[in-house]
Design a protein around this ligand. Structure first.
Ligand code: F6R
Length: 641
């Protein structure tokens, strides 16, 4: 199940490969596998205490990270009879100023995502009270600590990690022996958590949290982290020194703590990012490429100028001796040179032996799958335009309606416009007043009313149509799939079902494409890209025996959140300044996603700015490595099925 061969907990410290790591870290293929592992650890603890007829004291976290763990525990309860009757829980934290009725409160979160679905006794649930008056707080915090002790202390504490390095809401500056108390939230934390609120300004500035000391007193601790947005803080916590600036680093002082993370969150660990620096490697072509481009970029030297000494003093002497530096440089250089093509659909009448795409058929049927209605132009707008202009039959399939990412003020603007227009035309306009009311109703509910979702979906649909028309794609080739898994009206989506797969399957079978482009961007903070990709992969797996599939290739692109590592790229499509400008124009058609969008994260730049910066940065790296110099580039990785 595990992705890497993480050795036994008693062994890892003695191994060279782990010498940079101060915390026992297990890397799983994906968040689901990691979550199932953690859920099983908790279930085992609960069952053991049941045999001993005592209570199991469980410290819990909220946020995105533990969600799949709760889902698995609920499944174990429903299908395998795991009972929580002997479980006593203590939550890490709660926003100050929010109560159980507030949909953004952690109390609400815990009930709707976990407690309401298991047989825990309500008197055994403890979550800090966010509504207490200031005067009562100090006493209340002391009682919270005492209560944990009264139950015998925490058997297990589940943790996520914030990008500030917080555990619980212990932000940088927290002391190693701090107890439950009121804290100020870091700006980055408030930005990261803003998605649950309609307006980022509504995120509370304070919270009540267990202290670092409270957490460290737990007998066993597991911290989970998923996705590359956590990679930097994970590497810093696991490999860095213990410091107040990274409160999670205090975990290094605990004797039974593990980090359970996925590949994305692990990507900046030394043993994964630059394994040749910590162990002898077996030099596969992929690893060779990774090491050589790393060396070139580190030394700011073109590949063909790298020397024996450069290899030797950077942990690559075995590579140098196996194949010789001269030959390795040439091989890697040629590989990257061949990734560059201005013909993403294949260059007609040319020898295609070393090109990323086939020359034939000269006119290909192409489907660009776009998880949200703007990922197509943000992530591959230049390539999209080239495919159209080079005469391919380009279809775009928008997988979800994207309706969670339209702000209320934008929705209101459109409804009022439609209402005023109806008035002008003397048509029925009363229905619009109800819609306006629905916006206010939605503000106090976790789930956005269906009527409002419909309007938001239409807003995004109009924008996508406009962008495609700007690229001269006929309307008949624009497909809105509105996959059902997405239609929950909140940021947490349903698990995909066969209903989602059959919609995607019908489209692929109908078009019988030669090329499919899909988002392989697994860093999207809310997981929609990952679900959308998995649906496509499962459909392609089902279809693989159909004749048209012999001539179909799948290319993955990365979205607004994350770029491929240079070594992962298999096709790089250069963009001229003019093409980059047209791409920007197409992104601008997505007006509801401009000017501080709902899911912006901590990056204040607009999507077009992020896309251009990324496309330029990749072109610069190609240039730095001594390949050709271009204005910008879009990159792709082929998926072999
Ligand atoms: C939640 C908590 C926080 C989160 C952390 C990560 O109760 O205390 O420390 O664990 O902010 O949040 P997610 O999981 O949403 O990335």
């Amino acid at each position: 199940m595990r992705n890497d061969e993480t050795p036994d907990k008693n062994l890892w410290r003695s191994l060279e490969e782990y010498k940079h790591e101060h915390l026992y870290t297990q890397v799983f293929n994906n968040s689901l596998e990691g979550s199932v592992f953690v859920a099983n650890q908790i279930a085992e603890g609960i069952r053991n205490t049941q045999t001993l007829s005592r209570q199991y004291v469980l410290g819990l976290a909220t946020g995105n990270s533990p969600l799949k763990i709760y889902e698995e525990l609920i499944r174990l309860h429903r299908t395998e009879g795991l009972s929580f009757k002997n479980v006593v829980t203590f939550n890490l934290d709660e926003y100050y100023g929010l109560g159980p009725q507030d949909v953004q409160s952690y109390t609400y979160f815990m009930h709707s995502n976990f407690f309401d679905h298991i047989d825990i006794k309500s008197e055994n649930i403890h979550i800090p009270d966010g509504l207490l008056s200031r005067e009562l707080l100090p006493e209340y915090c002391l009682r919270y600590e005492e209560l944990i002790e009264k139950f015998g202390g925490l058997d297990f504490q589940l943790l996520g990690i914030g990008r500030t390095g917080h555990i619980g809401f212990n932000e940088p500056g927290s002391k190693h022996d701090s107890n439950t108390r009121m804290v100020n939230l870091d700006y980055l934390t408030r930005k990261d958590n803003a998605f649950a609120f309609d307006d980022p300004g509504e995120v509370p500035t304070k919270a009540i949290t267990m202290g670092v000391g409270t957490i460290l007193r737990a007998r066993k601790i597991i911290l989970v982290a998923w996705g590359s947005s956590k990679a930097e803080i994970v590497a810093q916590t696991v490999e860095g020194e213990v410091t107040y600036n990274v409160p999670a680093s205090f975990l290094q002082h605990h004797k039974d703590v593990s980090f359970v993370i996925d590949k994305g969150a692990a990507e900046l660990l030394t043993r994964i990012q630059t394994p040749w620096l910590v162990k002898d490697c077996s030099w596969t072509p992929e690893l060779t490429r990774k090491a050589v481009v790393w060396l070139g970029l580190k030394l700011d030297k073109p590949i063909l100028k790298l020397t024996d000494r450069d290899y030797n003093i950077h942990g690559m002497s075995t590579l140098a001796s196996e194949k010789g530096v001269y030959q390795t440089n040439i091989d890697v250089f040629k590989y990257f040179q061949r990734t560059i093509t201005g013909w993403p659909g294949g260059k007609p009448n040319e020898d295609d032996t070393n090109r990323p795409e086939r020359a034939k058929p000269a006119k290909k049927r192409v489907i660009i799958f776009s998880p949200h209605p703007d990922d197509d132009v943000i992530s591959m707008g230049g390539t999209f335009l080239r495919l159209v202009e080079q005469g391919h039959e380009v279809h775009v399939a928008y997988q979800t309606s994207g309706n969670t990412a339209v702000a209320d003020y934008e929705t209101l603007r459109f409804i009022e416009f439609a209402k005023d227009l109806a008035k002008e035309l003397h048509a029925e306009h009363l229905a619009y007043d109800q819609l306006i009311k629905d916006i206010s109703i939605g503000k106090s509910q976790e789930v956005t009313p269906k009527s409002i979702r419909k309007v938001r979906g239409l807003i995004r649909r109009g924008e996508a149509l406009s962008a495609c028309r700007y690229y001269n794609v006929p309307d008949s080739q624009i497909h809105f799939l509105d996959l059902p898994f997405y239609e929950t009206g909140r940021s947490k989506k349903n698990a995909p079902t066969t209903a989602d797969a059959s919609i995607v399957r019908a489209l692929i079978e109908d078009i019988q494409p030669h090329q499919i482009f899909a988002a392989g961007d697994l860093a999207d903070p809310h997981g929609t890209h990952e679900v959308c990709l998995n649906i496509i992969l499962s459909v392609l797996d089902d279809l693989k025996n159909q004749a048209f599939m012999d001539d179909c290739r799948l290319w993955l692109y990365r979205g607004a959140w994350h770029e491929y590592g240079l070594d992962e790229i298999e096709m790089a499509v250069p963009l001229s300044p003019d093409e980059l400008y047209k791409k920007r124009m197409a992104i601008w058609r997505h007006q509801s996603q401009k000017d501080g969008v709902v899911y912006q994260g901590d990056d204040h730049r607009e999507f077009w700015q992020r896309a251009e910066a990324r496309n330029r940065a990749i072109a610069k790296k190609y240039d730095q490595l001594g390949l050709s110099e271009y204005e910008a580039m879009e990159t792709f990785r082929r998926y072999y099925f």
